[in-house]
Design a protein around this ligand. Sequence first.
Ligand code: TRP
Length: 334
Amino acid sequence: MLDGKKSLFSGMQATGTLTLGNYLGALKNWLTLHNDYECFYCVVDEHSITVRQDPAELRKRARNLLMLYLAAGLDPEKNCIYYQSHVSAHAELAWILNCFTYMGELSRMTQFKDKSAKHADNINAGLFTYPVLMAADILLFQSDVVPVGHDQLQHLEITRDIAGRFNAIYGDVFTIPEPYVGKVGAKIMSLQDPLKKMSKSDENPNASIFLLDKPDDIRRKFKRAVTDSEGQVAYRDEQPGIKNLIDIYCACLGKTPGEVEKEFAGLGYGVFKEAVGEAVVGVLAPLQARFEELSKDKAYVDGVIRAGAEKAGYYAFKTLRKVQKKVGFPERIK
Ligand code: TRP
């Protein structure tokens, strides 16, 4: 809770470009949450350097991600949109929470195990304490809810454990966050392997639609989408490729699977795939146009970035000061 309003925090890494899955499954559903929550959407650039990054690339991708938030329709007057690295309270709280987190619990994190297998030459301490920084992100804003994908639930669980442990010693300092279970967006699968989630880091570029893909690339990727040999547009688990395309079509046009089955009854996959491609091109066109505009309006985006850091800082430092006092750091002399 912040100033009597429930609060919500979410963060995204600036690695890779957002996909249609991120948009239909998450971002699109965030646009109205500010009616019920004080919302913080953070570009978590500090998490990104747990694996090696090219500095110029990281800076560019972080800005693009922030502009995509705006282009997708998140209103910066109603939501706090900012860079993690602009609010030093994140790193400062993470340090304190490190001292309330056990090596044993961090070693059990599946993402750490996966990432250290993938980056065997760079298993750094930041990769290990990644969940503690994430806990700091969430707890700084006394977040009630956190919209996260399935792969981040374990990190939310450790956040709850750390917060509970801290509260047990020092009194009620942190709100214990819950995963956000609201209207869930569509779960969009890979176009090349419909049993796998669409991912921004898929090695096969045809597997994912990126939000800034050109219309012709989008059309081509849908043409090549993996389906089956059943030959009917039916919404059933036995046809995961077609099912995924129906989900995408429904999410874009607000239709139901039943309506889509009727619309394409007796028509071939070619016609259906083309229609899905067009629907996606149509949904992304205004977002892409807005992104173009924002790319040219440096002053406006800079203003959002400055205001975001200021607002996030206001709340974050309030929590941090309280924590510092609780653990026994000397008072600041005014
Ligand atoms: N670890 C998250 C991911 O990779 C990103 C993240 C960082 C996050 N801090 C967060 C998500 C706080 C939710 C809340 O997806």
